[in-house]
Design a protein around this ligand. Structure first.
Ligand SMILES: Cc1cc2nc3c(=O)[nH]c(=O)nc-3n(C[C@H](O)[C@H](O)[C@H](O)COP(=O)(O)OP(=O)(O)OC[C@H]3O[C@@H](n4cnc5c(N)ncnc54)[C@H](O)[C@@H]3O)c2cc1C
Length: 318
């Protein structure tokens, strides 16, 4: 007879915190695509000190992943090993002083845009169109209409893998197109942003126009992850995808949006493998047609359902 193996569950090895742990937590409902497997443990820190304590005391071999609201994320069907940290309402504070706003990493970009409008601060209107959190916006250098986080960020507070806190100036963040150069093991906890003096009604009008334009041009009522691929130098990803004949292309329950062909949508029963496989098929067709290799903008995380890092193969239909 085989000797019984002693099994200490991950949660028993984690430090005692004031926040909340959830074991085997489903992530599909926490991402915009509504797909993906569970994480071993989901941690909701009570506040920044709680997060610091967790990071300083957790076993070093436990991998950590940070989640915003999952609007730029594809979690694979096998889920995520280790701990995922969700900075929720406890990190949602927004403080305004003059033309400066300090927002917790869990504050939504839309609520920050609204706070700036209410304070008569112009220059942050683009955040009205980005459905993520401030933490996700810093990590992705989110932007739209020719403005991005690099243009409005003064500094960002962050915690490293040992629980140490540091303030990064805008220049130290190394922002470039949809990228921040700070290593992935830093967790952003808040950002100080700056705008310019503006007129409240004019700011509100610009935000309304952004919202209306988004409704018109993006599949906002369907589960999606926003722009799938970065725009290559001197080209637009959607134009290349169109040229390669991929508008409306399907794989299982995943589909290239008819409304905006750089958006993938979950038509109802897509798996993460369907979505990732469709993305890879688009990359293959675009390369064949145009000679350009598209780079994923969406972050793909976790394991495939067969424990591999990637999609299972299934038929593509056009
Ligand atoms: C309909 C739609 C429209 C969109 N339009 C735009 C647009 O106009 N411009 C644009 O730039 N993007 C756009 N996006 C993409 C997305 O909203 C942005 O990238 C957003 O900044 C992601 O924020 P999030 O909180 O959802 O991050 P998530 O998707 O949860 O995470 C994205 C990445 O950031 C990391 N991350 C999240 N929080 C933190 C943190 N606190 N510390 C460290 N790392 C963190 C995650 O680990 C992950 O790697 C759109 C998405 C959708 C669905």
């Amino acid at each position: 007879m085989m000797p019984a193996r002693s099994q200490t569950s991950l949660i028993d090895r984690l430090p005692s915190v004031r926040g909340r742990y959830e074991e085997d937590a489903p992530l599909a409902k926490l991402t915009w695509f509504r797909v993906g497997g569970p994480v071993d443990v989901l941690f909701h820190p009570a506040d920044e000190q709680d997060l610091q304590l967790f990071m300083s005391e957790k076993p070093v071999d436990v991998p950590v992943t940070v989640l915003g609201v999952g609007s730029n994320m594809l979690v694979r069907d096998g889920g995520i090993r280790g701990v995922a940290i969700r900075l929720g309402r406890a990190f949602g504070q927004i403080d305004v002083e003059g033309l400066t706003l300090t927002a917790g990493a869990g504050a939504t970009d839309i609520s920050v845009a609204a706070a700036a409008r209410d304070a008569g601060i112009a220059g942050l209107e683009f955040l009205r169109g980005v459905p993520g959190t401030i933490g996700g916006a810093v990590r992705m250098n989110a932007g739209a209409y020719g403005v991005d986080m690099n243009d409005i960020t003064v500094s960002v507070r962050a915690i490293d893998s040992k629980g140490r806190c540091q303030e990064f100036s805008r220049d130290a963040l190394g922002f470039s197109y949809r990228h921040c150069a700070v290593s992935e093991d830093w967790i952003f906890t808040s950002a100080t942003l700056q705008g310019r003096m503006g007129n409240r009604e004019e700011i509100a009008e610009r935000m309304d126009a952004i919202q209306a334009e988004r409704e018109e041009t993006q599949p906002l009522r369907t589960p999606t992850g926003g722009s799938t691929f970065k725009n290559p130098d001197g080209a637009k990803a959607w134009e290349l995808i169109e040229k390669a004949g991929c508008r409306g292309l399907r794989r299982g329950g995943a589909m290239v949006s008819e409304k905006h062909c750089n958006f993938l949508i979950n038509t109802g029963d897509a798996s993460a493998a369907d979505l990732e496989g469709l993305g890879e098929e688009i990359r293959r067709r675009v390369l064949e047609e145009t000679g350009i290799t598209l780079e994923w903008e969406i972050h793909r995380l976790g394991e495939g359902s067969d424990n591999s890092n990637g999609p299972r193969l299934k038929a593509v239909t056009s």
